[in-house]
Design a protein around this ligand. Sequence first.
Ligand SMILES: [Zn+2]
Length: 301
Amino acid sequence: MKKPTALILTALCVILCACSNGKTESQTAKTSPLNIPEYIGNAYTEINGNKPGFTEKEKSKTKSFEKYSRLDKLGRCGTAFANIGTDIMPTEERDLISSVKPTGWEQNTYTFIENGYVYNRCHLIGYQLTGENANERNLITGTRYMNVEGMLPFENEVAEYVTSTRHHVLYRVTPVFEGDNLLASGVEMEAWSVEDNGKGVCFNVYCYNVQPGVVITYANGKNAPDKKYTAKSNVSGNKSKAIISREDTVRTYILNVSSKKFHLPSCDAVNKMKPKNKKTYKGTRSSLTKNGYSPCGMCNP
Ligand SMILES: [Zn+2]
């Protein structure tokens, strides 16, 4: 795959073709409804039998690389493709990425969403894998739900595998935009561990860019509360209780008083911190965020 740029077209063709023969970038994608099962309450679904669509040539690469597509004429991201190895993983904490405003960025807050915000600047290739900060070719508007419930567990799987084996994982994330929509309907994530022929890591999934309780207009990213959802007060009521307990649970965090990030004690970044910036803190997440601290993107405390 030399030029992932063309993949920013509508996604279905890309996904199907990429899986069947892996060399589709130059084909014209048809605008057709996504042939992906409708969202029914799971953050992701397996596609193509969970098999990634990498070519044999791609699967033979044991050198790390990372490539990001140029933005298309609407300013949208395309495929991000990498061979993840420890040599391109980050060694520093994440910087601020708020300078990037991806397409469909119509931010709103809702009481039933953790941290309130419906949208995250969502890394296509997670920061923990390639250390890309404010790279506009790697950040899309994604719901908190897609970011945390959909993508993060897969990202973590890849990161853990690469760190523990020091092997490589081919990793490709393709945002799926229907027609001229500015907000992606979801992302396809493919991964395959190279040195052991996919034994360690092998998946092809689609994560839905949805947020339970929120009605989203994908043409522009605008969003509003789902009245039906709010009416089911038991579901959202329980959920917000769970969120409150996480926010208000007292536990030990490690602070970086210079960058104003907080970490789990087990985070890699903690060992790399300058001693003068490091502070152990016992308290709640909510008191930290009130005092201007934000959670580390790697350990997701
Ligand atoms: Zn951390």
